[in-house]
Design a protein around this ligand. Sequence first.
Ligand code: 5AD
Ligand code: SF4
Length: 429
Amino acid sequence: MNEYDSDKMKDLLSQKMGFQSTSLKEEADVLIVNTCSIREKAQEKVFSLLGNWRKLKKNKPDLVIGVAGCVASQESDEISNRAPYVDMVIGPQTIHRLPEIYEQSLSSKKTVVDVEFPLIEKFDSLPKLSKSKFSEFVTIMEGCSKYCSYCVVPYTRGTEVSRPLNDILDEVNNLVENGTKEIILLGQNVNAYFYEDREGNVVNFGLLLFYLCRNKGIKRIRYTTSHPNNFDEQTYLAYEKLPQLVSHLHLPIQSGSDRVLAAMKRGYTVLEYKSVIRKLKKARPDITFSSDFIVGFPGETEEDFMKTIQLIKDIEFDQSYSFIYSKRPGTPAASLEDSLPDSEKKDRLKFLQDTINSLSKNRSKSIIGEKAEVLVEGKSSKYENMVTGRTTNNKIINIPGQDNLVGELLKIQITELNNKSLKGEILIS
Ligand code: 5AD
Ligand code: SF4
């Protein structure tokens, strides 16, 4: 989501405000840092970066400095106090107001703070792209109303708001007309998507997938992030009927212990999570899964942790975003006693990541010799004269080729595993 917001700010700066981008901060007239406050570390980094930028301002008093995103939203007072040389404080829902905020900061010479949550106004005000990439993010909803006990997102991005169906379809049509082949639907809880038109017709996430797939220019659809409690029957049906929908799902579970899940207020048990997985597999037998995990949640015992490891083995997750629990002020979990030593948390995290890496390696080995379809994403960063593509199972494959293949959907055969990288050859069909 932050990547998306940063891209949109870049578009605004270049297409509406007349700026050019530079890789040299000394050369810049405007510097904006887009921030994340999901864990403490990210937040600390912001203030040290701002300290550096302050020095640039000494030589260049007209330099405009901005802080955008969730740290801006949560810490606007602290930023104004601790870093008064910051000119713009922009919340995640007001990035589209960047041109006006910029003008105001120039005329007022004071820190301009705009961290409101105006209902979905953001998307209508963002510039349309004249040239799109082969793969583009499309936000379908924003915010979260789940209030997991450890998480700041509902407070920083606000509660769930869905975009009107026609706005999404128009945006996607425009992207596809300009060359996009893959759409990645974006939102904190995409499958909580809910839109009701004036006649009372309701569109849920599954139905949205069917509407999108009417556009034959879309070759692939991915989405992130979904919540186990929001899968509707139409979504299961979509996995049965829509080949554009990839056979890979990132479905955060956080922990494999019911006790910890309850303390996290995730709203499901391990059995309920597994039942969602079972239904998805029934609809799409070759589907694979990745997940998010939090290790060392307050009160997590060795036994709880080993349940998470068992679950990872049961489901064979082959990728993860896994982190040590980070206490976030203002969240309910912040008042829980957190007595587990850091060294133990680090050991658990490493063990979890090693387990998933080894499952991933086994899966990579098992697909050598198989045929697959890859969407080519770009030049390989490791190998010369090779491009990198992704299979429907989200496996990265390097194949011989040049830039002109980017955006092509190719039939390939997977030939070898070299360290962690899979290689393949193009099949002439
Ligand atoms: N500490 C550690 N990880 C967190 N996440 C969210 N809040 C925290 C926190 N306080 C992780 C969850 C979530 C992902 C986006 O970030 O795993 O799924
Ligand atoms: Fe945070 Fe995700 Fe829980 Fe929402 S569902 S509160 S974004 S962890």
